[in-house]
Structure formats: structure tokens, C-alpha cells
Design a protein around this ligand. Sequence first.
Ligand code: SF4
Length: 75
Amino acid sequence: MENSYDNNGFMIVRENYCCDHFEPDEGALVPMKECWCCKWARFDAEIHELNSKSVGICQYEGNRCEVVESSEVSL
Ligand code: SF4
């Protein structure tokens, strides 16, 4: 899957997406292994000017656009 990023370089994710950097959000009672329950995800759509509440951003630094692109170049 080709990743998409917002204007700040944060990866755009869907609720049910997941990656190897998943860490459960402290507020989740029974954390499912998906972005919706991950501490790095933000689903406050209005703030990030996304057009759906089921779409959010991942704030994990290693998933930011420039980090991912620089690691792909060095492969
Ligand atoms: S929010 Fe980010 S770090 Fe967490 S599972 Fe989703 S893509 Fe991975």
C-alpha cells in the first residue's frame, strides 16, 4: 500500500490499520491491535483538516514522510 501524508509529513491512517510500531493507548480498555487503539494515532479530523473521522494521522516519528523516504534511499 502506498502511504499518504498530511502537510506536516505525518502518515495518514485508517482506524483499522496497524503497523509494527503499535503501542496501546492507555485509555483503551481492551486495546485492539489497530491505529484506533494506538497511542501514536490522532483521529481529531477537524484539527488536521481531514475529511473523515475514520481517518487520522500517525504521530510516530519513524513513520513520518521524511524518515520513511530517507530510510528507503539508504536501502
Ligand atoms: S498509529 Fe502509527 S504507530 Fe500506531 S499502529 Fe497506527 S501506524 Fe502504527
